[in-house]
Every structure is written in C-alpha cells, then in structure tokens.
Design a protein around this ligand. Structure first.
Ligand code: SF4
Ligand code: SF4
Length: 305
C-alpha cells in the first residue's frame, strides 16, 4: 500500500493536491482513500492531507503514521512542531521539500537518513501553484501514474474554474512531473497493516464528571473576546508604516476577526491577541504595506538582548 502525506499551509491547494493524486491513482486501477486534516480553517495555517492507495481494498483508516512519501509545500513548516512534518519518516521514506536549497543541505539540517529531494519554486511563482507542482512530483515519484491520467485528474478536479487557471495548474504539474524523471518510481509501497501488526491505541481513561462540568451552559454575553485566537497564529502580519497610506478601511473592514483597529490618525493597529494569522489583510492591502513574518522569527527577535 502507498501511504502519502502532503503538508502545506491553508490556501496552497493541499487538499486539492491529495484529491488529484487520489483520482489519478484511481484511474490507474488503485483502490484509493484521501482525506485532509485541519482545524479551524484559515489561510496560512499548517494543514496536511493524506492518500492511501492499494491494489486491494483499503481498510486502514486515520492519519498516516508511517508514510512512504511526504511532500512539504512550504519549507517554513519544517521547523513548526505543530505541523509534525517529520512524523514517522523512516529510511525507506522519501521526503520532498519545496525549496531552492540543495537536498543535501536539508538532509544535514534535519539529520535524516531517508531520501530527500527538493522542488524549487518556479520564477516568480507564488504559493498558488505549489499544490500543482507537488502533485506532479508525487505522481512521478510513485511511478504508477501516466501524464495523461495526471492531467485528466487535474482537469476533473478544477472543472468550473477559469480556463487560464486550469491551464496554469496543468502546465505546472506536468512540468514538475517531468522534472523528477530521474527519480521516477523511487517511492516503494509500505507493508500492509495486519490485525497482528496493529498497535492498539493508548486509551485515556476519563473520570465521569457531573453534567454541570462536562456540559456547562455558557450564558455570558460577548465572551468571544476572551478567546485568544492570536495563539493560533504561525505567521504574523506586520504593517510597514512607510508604505501604509492610511486608507483605513480596507484591511480593517476585511479582517474576518475584526482584529485591525483604526487609530486617530486613520492608522491601522493590529490586535495581536486576536489576529489569527489568516493573512487576508496582506492580500487585500493595495499598497503592499503588510508583510509576513514567521512567529518563530518574531519570538527570536524579541528575545534578542
Ligand atoms: S489596507 Fe494597507 S494601506 Fe490601507 S490602511 Fe491597511 S495597511 Fe494601510
Ligand atoms: S489582522 Fe485579520 S486579516 Fe490580518 S492576518 Fe490577522 S486575522 Fe487575518
């Protein structure tokens, strides 16, 4: 059975990539299962999606713990513990990271013994096509999918989108597919999980609580402010005052969490206690005055003497 995990950020087409790969494998005669996994949906948040494919019916369920192939579409995720990119990699796994750095450098950084490959972003390529590039790479590395079935799966999945978007995605996926020719078929199938080899879960016993504790009625008003959604953030929007023209309402109005206030001089003020890091404000600012910094970098900067 092939077990594949895609890791990326919300908005990079990770869920779509897993669906396309699943459809292409299905077209090749495989029994397939694909599923995304994410929490509260927002752009920029770490998410993953997984695909299982076998010639026999797939009865295995749940998150893939021991992947044959892991594809990471955003290299900054490798250092985010919550993204769990490295979980379950073993010597025979293949790890693909979207990065301009050399694979050997990643191998040293991560201290892994598995095969590491990199998927360099195309010139001026934004995050939007990384899903297509990833699925093209995965299809070639698995070595069981023809270019025609890959293209057919992309067209079926993206049906309804503008034709130029579909063509860009098909073009990027096929380009990536061809670029991994020298590694075609390097992903090997993992062992089927049998009843005897399955490890039972470590059950957590919970004491029975009174209903008033386990199912409390919340009657207070305006309590949402107490939810610190700022803790969800992995990427932080930062306003560059030299570029902001104080248009006032665009970022402030469109922030889905009302986390941008407008000051007395019409300057935007981000409430980092509640900004969840969806980065919508970055996309809508007409002056490109909002830049993105990884939270980790901000923390390190803060701890500088
Ligand atoms: S949308 Fe951009 S230019 Fe307008 S107030 Fe916000 S940061 Fe400033
Ligand atoms: S300020 Fe609002 S729009 Fe910008 S990242 Fe935070 S939650 Fe998203």
């Amino acid at each position: 059975m092939y077990r594949i995990r895609f890791h990326g950020r919300g908005g990079q087409g990770i869920k779509t990539a897993s669906r396309i790969l699943g459809s292409a494998l299905f077209a090749e005669g495989y029994e397939v299962q694909d599923a995304p996994r994410y929490g509260a949906e927002r752009r920029g948040a770490p998410i993953f999606a997984y695909v299982r494919a076998d010639r026999a019916p797939v009865y295995e369920r749940g998150i893939i713990d021991h992947p044959d192939l892991v594809v990471v579409t955003d290299e900054s995720l490798v250092q985010v513990p919550a993204a769990a990119v490295m979980t379950g990699l073993c010597d025979r796994s293949v790890l693909v990271i979207a990065s301009a750095a050399e694979p050997e450098l990643w191998q040293q950084r991560l201290g892994v013994t598995c095969r590491v490959l990199t998927l360099p972003p195309g010139p001026g390529e934004g995050a939007a096509l990384m899903g297509a590039a990833s699925v093209g790479a995965a299809a070639k590395l698995i070595g069981q999918i023809s270019a025609a079935n890959l293209e057919g799966a992309i067209r079926a999945e993206l049906e309804g989108l503008p034709s130029d978007v579909i063509e860009r995605n098909v073009g990027r996926a096929l380009e990536s597919f061809d670029s991994f020719e020298s590694h075609a078929g390097c992903v090997s199938e993992g062992e089927a999980l049998t009843r005897a080899s399955a490890t039972p879960p470590a059950w957590v016993e919970l004491e029975v609580e009174p209903t008033s504790i386990s199912a409390p009625a919340i009657r207070g008003e305006a309590t949402s402010e107490q939810v610190q959604t700022g803790l969800w953030r992995t990427m932080r929007p930062v306003i560059d005052d030299s570029l902001c023209n104080h248009c006032s309402w665009i970022c402030s109005t469109l922030c889905p969490d009302a986390a941008i206030d407008v000051g007395s001089d019409r300057e935007p003020i981000i409430d980092y206690e509640h900004c969840k890091g969806c980065l919508l404000c970055v996309a809508v600012c007409p002056s490109h005055a909002i830049v993105v910094e990884p939270e980790r970098a901000v923390d390190e900067h803060r701890s500088d003497p």
